[in-house]
Ligand binder design. Structure first.
Ligand SMILES: [Zn+2]
Length: 263
């Protein structure tokens, strides 16, 4: 019996799907998402999804934690919490998240990249490998990075401010030279009310001690793995602030402020 009952919206795009057995639940090639980026932008920082349950839906992912206490990176089935001190901790399974995106990662294509490129260059390079703008993709980049900048945000207290305001208090971490993994997703523009449109990548170094939300880059020597994901399973909170949010505000500018490095 599930403690957590979810409203589920399953968008199944058949582009890359073989025939499914009758009665089977789609879990392969699926993005499993809890709550929406819009709910986070509106300040709904407390969810009812324990990470012990979240990891049943994938071994790879990103997100945040209740009270907006740091950046979540899930690598090889282990959940890491990069707090505002820049260090990665391993929270217990009862720790809850208000927003997370997961998959069972299985690379469909891999290639290497090497050279001086900023973050925008990297994303353009990834775009050239993407077969369709309209599907979901999980992206994993393992290698060495120079001039990497990441960030994390401090835990918040009620009454919560909007995410666009909170991000002014973010801590930015600079890595001159680092080896590790970028982990994240690419969502289509048309899903911008649900998730971050375009790329959203988090970082974890090789000793799994540091990381954060990726903001900037200068150079890279790495292997890129891409998992094409034609299915989205969206689970919404059963309780809490989510139910009373006004999700019709335009938060495009806030999202821009949250996702990109401010000069
Ligand atoms: Zn992030």
């Amino acid at each position: 019996m599930h403690r957590f009952l979810c409203f589920a919206l399953c968008l199944v795009l058949f582009a890359a799907c073989g025939p499914k057995e009758e009665g089977s639940t789609v879990t392969k090639n699926q993005v499993y998402q809890y709550a929406t980026i819009k709910s986070l932008l509106e300040g709904a920082y407390d969810g009812d999804m324990p990470i012990g349950e979240l990891t049943q839906h994938g071994d790879f992912g990103i997100g945040t934690f209740n009270a907006l206490d740091g950046e979540m990176v899930v690598a090889d089935g282990i959940v890491y919490q990069v707090k505002t001190d820049g260090f990665a901790y391993q929270p217990g399974p009862e720790t809850k998240t208000p927003f997370a995106v997961m998959t069972h990662f299985s690379a469909d294509t891999t290639f290497t990249i090497n050279g001086n490129m900023n973050f925008e260059d990297l994303l353009s390079r990834l775009d050239r490998e993407i077969k369709s703008q309209n599907l979901f993709y999980a992206i994993r980049i393992d290698g060495e990075f120079t001039g990497l900048k990441t960030r994390s945000v401090p835990a918040q207290t009620r009454p919560y401010r909007l995410l666009g305001e909170v991000v002014a208090d973010q801590s930015v971490f600079s890595f001159d030279q680092t080896a590790g993994s970028m982990i994240g997703f690419r969502f289509p523009e048309y899903t911008k009310e649900i998730n971050v449109p375009g790329y959203h990548l988090h970082y974890l170094n090789n000793d799994r001690k540091k990381g954060g939300h990726v903001l900037a880059l200068e150079g890279i020597k790495a292997q890129v793995s891409i998992d094409y994901l034609p299915n989205l399973f969206l689970a919404l909170p059963e309780s809490g602030d989510f139910h009373d949010l006004d999700l019709n505000n335009d938060r495009t500018e806030d999202l821009d402020r949250v996702e990109k490095l401010r000069n």
